[in-house]
Design a protein around this ligand. Structure first.
Ligand code: 5MM
Length: 343
């Protein structure tokens, strides 16, 4: 039986589960592999993703869905099994990044517009045949001197809305990701500025989603947390991040949206986990709040693996640990002692 958009969306944010963002484009995964001195090739990318997707306990207990890149959704494991089948066998849902990346916005120095709408209906139909039941599109909003402009926010919000409409028409749940960067070219802004820009961005995004007649019950929002810029030098507590972030959502995110699944955006693994857990301790949340982390789920695993086949078990253990910690955080039950015990 075909699952409805609402059923898929609810499954993606089911209690104690979250998403693995493994949709690094070839240029991004190369940067990650450079950190461990590994050459990025078709085979090394396959080996790395296969290690993660075959981490059975982590995948079965904690990962509701995996966001893939075009290459990966078509790729087979070393033994010939499609990677998509490994994900499905773990009870997790395959998803696909369908944006074509953030490109310079003409006339607006320092700002970008995410491309990829042309032919998207055809690509979505193919991805659905390949097993994808949800998709992701990332819009990038940079904070800087005089940035962001209203025009850049509006252009990106309209693209997100058109993408979301095409997804829902194709029977695919759209993950709508408007990322206000914490680590852009000028990352010296404070937390109050991130708060202000994220409010403005989410207001415009939901205005455009509603105008485009998107069914808000059949989508997931993937936002940033409210944090200071990486180079601001501002010290904030996890509690302040959690309270500010939830306050921004109360002001901007309709209750019809079933779930909010965060990006990590360059936060350190345990830091992102703590903040997620504190958010889930705030009473009366109208949405499920969970993770859709890339770096914050993968970094320790990538380092433990180091590109060596003899380290696959170590890489999977590190991945399991971060998945477990973030599952607890999605339930508001994470404790710092659990990190220390593992160390
Ligand atoms: C995993 O990184 C994703 C792909 O990035 P590129 O298109 O730039 O290669 C990215 O969209 C990711 O899904 C989100 O930004 C969340 O990842 P983080 O690392 O911020 O949690």
């Amino acid at each position: 039986m075909t699952e409805s958009l609402q059923e898929i969306a609810r499954r993606l944010v089911s209690p104690g589960k979250g998403l693995l963002a493994a949709d690094e484009s070839s240029s991004t995964i190369k940067k990650r592999f450079d950190q461990i001195g590994l050459t990025s090739t078709f085979d090394t990318r396959r080996d790395y993703r296969e290690m993660l997707f075959r981490a059975d306990e982590a995948m079965q207990k904690y990962i509701s869905g995996v966001i893939l890149y075009d290459e990966t959704i078509r790729q087979n494991a070393q033994d010939g099994t499609p990677l998509v089948d490994i994900i499905k066998a773990a009870g997790s849902i395959p998803g696909i990044k369908v944006d074509g990346g953030a490109k310079p916005l003409p006339g607006f120095p320092g700002e970008t517009i995410t491309e990829g709408l042309d032919g998207l209906d055809t690509r979505l139909a193919e991805y659905r045949r390949l097993g994808a039941r949800f998709a992701k599109w990332r819009a990038v909003i940079a904070i800087g001197k005089g940035l962001p402009t209203e025009e850049a926010i509006r252009a990106n919000a309209q693209a997100l809305a058109r993408y979301a409409g095409l997804c829902q028409q194709a029977g695919i749940v759209p993950i709508v990701e408007p990322e206000v960067l914490m680590d852009g070219a000028e990352a010296t802004h404070d937390i109050a500025r991130c708060d202000e820009v994220t409010r403005q961005t989410l207001d415009v995004v939901f205005e455009e989603l509603v105008r485009a007649r998107i069914d808000l019950t059949g989508m997931i929002l993937k936002p940033n947390m409210i944090v200071p810029g990486k180079d601001s030098g501002q010290i904030v507590t996890g509690q302040e991040v959690a309270e500010r972030t939830v306050a921004v959502f109360h002001a901007t995110v309709p209750h019809a949206v079933p779930g909010i699944a965060f990006l990590s955006g360059g936060q350190e693994g345990a830091e992102a986990t703590e903040r997620l857990s504190l958010m889930n301790q705030i009473p009366n949340l109208p949405w499920k709040i969970t993770f859709s982390f890339g770096r914050a789920l993968q970094h320790s695993s990538l380092e433990a693996w180091g590109g060596k086949s003899e380290n696959v078990a170590a890489g999977q253990r590190a991945f399991l640990h971060r998945c477990h910690m973030n599952s607890l955080a999605a339930l508001g039950e994470w404790q710092p002692e659990l990190e220390r015990q593992a160390a």
